[in-house]
Design a protein around this ligand. Structure first.
Ligand SMILES: [Zn+2]
Length: 416
């Protein structure tokens, strides 16, 4: 019997995890600075050698993660382009191991000193609705390629007289669209917990002013894959006609699709924009849900990392008609956030001007297609995709204050 059970276990554990775990043993995490042209040349050169290169760009910095056998070629190219190089992590496999070290196995210990898999996050949302039935509702806003739910939480507190207010402005939070940016879902559940449990009158006021729709992991398949197989997975998990997996869900929305920082190659490890706009079921179903919301005032997306506050548009330097208001409200948000730990975000500015041009993102689509007045993307803090789990509350508290700053700034300008 025991043997049978064991065989059964072997078969099914194999069936579930057909992909071999990528341990990134001895891979190094490098940060590069220098001329924009030099950085761009280096990235192209390295991508030619390794199309699965893990890389991340901001205005004047590039980070790459390198297998030990590419280090020599890399060092030569760095010299040639006259770039400055700093090793952020010496052996990535160690970082990945430590990152999951705190994770509690049991969901009743869900906490903010650990990163959790998507099932645990979903269970947390479910438990939260059960614990606060009068204030919260479960939202199923769509589904994923592998059949997971795009699960969110609605928080809508009733009036003092017990009636549920219907006309509150809606505040939407989208998090985790890029699978490997783990700090985004973690701070989002932290934010939910603060809204529901804090005794701080400012946070209670923040909670009561809006009809919240909060989605910690809008790319659940990708996150699950990043959690269990490949830490640097960014895309969805759909299968292309040539067998390659996934599209970048933040290049897949139906606005100026495929024009900047977007790849047409399904095997591109990071930036494949999908076979057409909304080819991915995640963006297709979620966008339908967002379109159905009346009174949507705020749409906020969390990414990592750069300590940046971004405004639409991502793919053009054109300024939206209430750009000055967006800047003013965003400045308030940054100021509130900086009071927590003395860490000040850069911006606000359009993503196109502050970061780099990218097309097909959710922020641009929401602003253009739905005319949502106040649309922001936060690139959370950090110098790599790794943020120590025991320090999640540090960024969580900043996010709470930054959302309060948005709310106060918008109130002052008469948006609600
Ligand atoms: Zn991102």
């Amino acid at each position: 019997m025991l043997l049978l059970f064991f065989l059964h276990f072997l078969y099914f554990s194999h069936a579930v995890y057909v992909d071999k775990y990528r341990d990134y043993k001895d891979y190094k995490y490098y940060e590069l600075t220098g001329s924009r042209e030099g950085l761009e040349n280096l990235r192209k050169f390295m991508l030619n050698i390794d199309e699965n290169l893990v890389h991340s760009e901001s205005l004047n910095k590039t980070e790459v993660i390198l297998s030990p056998h590419l280090v020599k070629l890399f060092n030569d190219a760095v010299k040639k382009e006259n770039l400055k190089v700093k090793v952020l992590h010496d052996d990535i496999s160690e970082i990945i191991r430590l990152e999951k070290g705190n994770t509690r196995r049991r969901i009743n210990k869900f906490s903010w000193n650990a990163y959790y898999d998507v099932n645990d996050i979903h269970q947390y949302i479910l438990n939260t609705t059960k614990a606060n039935p009068e204030w919260t509702e479960l939202i199923i806003a769509g589904k994923s390629y592998e059949g997971r739910k795009i699960l969110g939480l609605r928080i809508n507190t009733p009036y003092e007289n017990g009636q549920r207010e219907t006309g509150k402005p809606v505040f939407f939070i989208e998090s985790g669209i890029h699978a490997r940016e783990w700090i985004a879902p973690a701070t989002t559940t932290y934010f939910i917990n603060q809204l529901l449990t804090s005794r701080d009158p400012d946070i209670r006021r923040l909670r009561d002013q809006f009809d919240w729709r909060i989605f910690p992991t809008v790319n659940p398949d990708g996150y699950h894959y990043s959690y269990n197989v490949d830490r640097y997975w960014r895309k969805t998990r759909s299968v292309s006609s040539n067998g390659c997996r996934g599209a970048d869900p933040n290049r897949n929305w139906d606005y100026n699709w495929g024009q900047h920082s977007a790849s047409t190659r399904p095997c591109d490890y990071q930036l494949y924009a999908g076979s057409k706009p909304f080819s991915e079921i995640e963006t297709r179903t979620l966008s339908k849900y967002i379109s159905s919301i009346d009174n949507l005032l705020f749409y906020v997306a969390f990414h990592s990392y750069a300590s940046l506050l971004l405004l639409p548009y991502s793919d053009s330097e054109e300024h939206v008609d209430n750009y000055d208001d967006l800047v003013q409200i965003g400045q308030r948000s940054i100021e509130y956030g900086s009071r927590v730990n003395g860490e000040k975000y850069d911006g606000p500015g359009t993503a196109a001007e502050t970061l780099y041009k990218a097309s097909g993102g959710s922020m641009d689509w929401v602003r253009y297609a739905l005319k949502t007045p106040l649309v922001y993307t936060y690139e959370l803090r950090g110098s790599s995709f790794h943020w120590p789990p025991e320090r999640i509350p540090e960024q969580g508290d900043e996010v709470v204050q930054m959302m309060l700053g948005l709310a106060d700034g918008a109130k002052e300008l008469g948006y609600y």
